[in-house]
Ligand binder design. Structure first.
Ligand SMILES: C[S@@+](CC[C@H](N)C(=O)[O-])C[C@H]1O[C@@H](n2cnc3c(N)ncnc32)[C@H](O)[C@@H]1O
Length: 430
């Protein structure tokens, strides 16, 4: 090839390369919601770059070099550092968590983006659920790369919670896309008033927004073939403690023919599983009379023995400290979160020590103890230390049958433990 021909070939190659790149970019943008110029840029300090690159989804206000006042609440931005693009995020200009990362790519938060994300999440989450389960967590905010968005599916209804202004702004599009993608009848938003305040999102919105067909409460949903009445408007969390699903299956395996006590039972998740395994009796303790009344309805709903289901409306501390726990073969204790902030952590640790020490002392030989902590400011290590001390003080030979965390539909991130709130031990008194 002559020198001239070589140049010509190179020229056409460059032309062809650029042309195909334009076509690829165009198509890619069309399919993947990739956007190039849609959002304003925000500059972050180099000291925040490593954390973002290693997948941490938050950038604190002290690490933002741009003037945060120039951004609107919940604005979508392209995050950059010293000329390098880091990803797409939401800005909360007045919060200490100033930016929440959505993607490492230049994404456009369109209906198309959410449709693809919800389809992918649903495909992945359903892999770990039985066919006869229709209530599960579709999206767990930062852990599923949709920061500040929780979506729980209950049959043909989704319950959402938005925990950052960026997601609050996009609720309309989220609800519509959820209904279209998953063929739902309705979407309920249970974002609470405190979260609106924290996010400076002052819209005067009612606490429960609703899209689609209004539903009568409670609805009947199914978990591993067991039916539950769930109140999606007044119930705890989004209606049900979906996070204990895998632990309930473990308890079911040990429940046949034995006496079970379920302390902090709520509407009877563990109790109904124990009854369906043919336990001799299950005593359910809770302060909420409403939850206990639904529990008894859940027994009937599944054609289980109401006689075997004993209800105690009362306080867990009173019950644990004053009742004879040696009559039970399985003792379950799943208290509510004892603290929301690190400032209350010591109080929470004290409460866990009190209940776990008493249970360990009172449990009979051969008993199984299932103990949980859903307090996010008490880590697995801290909880393990509490359990270790309770075992030591009981002077009994207690071993760990299983140490569990959240179920597969509650994803987490490697270097972000804020979403890993649930930790449990199944212990055996030898
Ligand atoms: C984390 S939920 C339990 C969820 C349950 N294990 C399930 O699988 O559905 C905690 C429960 O403790 C109850 N509770 C809160 N304070 C209590 C107390 N002092 N004594 C007894 N129950 C209490 C709440 O009403 C709630 O139902």
């Amino acid at each position: 090839m002559t020198r001239m021909n070589k140049h010509k070939t190179l020229f056409f190659f460059i032309l062809f390369y650029n042309y195909t790149e334009i076509i690829i970019k165009f198509n890619f943008r069309g399919d993947m919601s990739i956007s190039e110029k849609t959002y304003r840029k925000i500059e972050v300090d180099p000291s925040a770059r490593n954390a973002v690159l290693s997948g941490h989804p938050w950038i604190f206000s002290g690490k933002i070099k741009s003037s945060l006042n120039d951004y609107s609440n919940g604005e979508i931005v392209f995050v950059g550092c010293e000329g390098k693009f880091l990803g797409t995020g939401f800005v909360s200009p007045k919060n200490s968590i100033a930016v929440r990362m959505i993607s490492r790519e230049r994404v456009e938060l369109s209906k198309h983006f959410f449709r693809k994300r919800f389809q992918d999440l649903n495909f992945m989450k359903r892999k770990f659920l039985s066919q006869d389960t229709d209530m599960y967590r579709l999206c767990f905010s930062e852990s599923d790369f949709l920061p500040g968005l929780i979506v729980d599916i209950y049959g043909r209804i989704a319950v959402i919670q938005t925990n950052c202004a960026g997601m609050m702004n996009l609720r309309e599009i989220i609800a519509e896309t959820l209904m279209e993608t998953l063929l739902l009848e309705g979407v309920i938003d249970r974002t609470d008033a405190d979260t609106y305040k924290i996010e400076h999102f002052d819209t005067g919105l009612p606490s429960n927004l609703f899209w689609g067909r209004e539903q009568q409460m409670p609805v009947v949903c199914m978990e591993n073939g067991i039916k539950f009445y769930v109140d999606l408007i007044r119930g705890h969390k989004t209606g049900f403690y979906l996070d204990q699903r895998e632990n309930r299956e473990i308890i079911k395996k040990a429940s046949t023919g034995v006496n079970v006590v379920n302390i902090c039972s709520y509407t009877g998740g563990f109790s109904i599983y124990a009854l369906s395994a043919g336990c001799r009796s299950v005593t359910s303790v809770d302060t909420s009379k409403t939850a206990l009344s639904i529990l008894q309805q859940n027994v009937e709903l599944n054609d289980l023995s109401v006689k075997k289901s004993i209800i105690v409306a009362g306080d867990m501390f009173d019950y644990i400290l004053n009742e004879d726990l040696s009559v039970f073969d399985i003792i379950i204790v799943d208290p509510p979160a004892f603290a929301k902030h690190t400032t209350e952590r010591e109080r929470a640790i004290g409460a866990y020590k009190t209940i776990n020490s008493a249970i360990m002392k009172k449990a009979k030989r051969g008993a199984l103890i299932f103990t949980s902590s859903c307090t996010s400011v008490v880590s697995m290590d801290m909880f393990a230390e509490i359990i270790t001390k309770a075992i030591r003080d009981s002077r009994k030979d207690v071993n760990i049958v299983k140490r569990t965390s959240l179920p597969a539909d509650h994803s987490s991130l490697v270097n972000f433990n804020e979403t890993e709130y649930l930790k449990s031990f199944l212990l055996h008194v030898n």
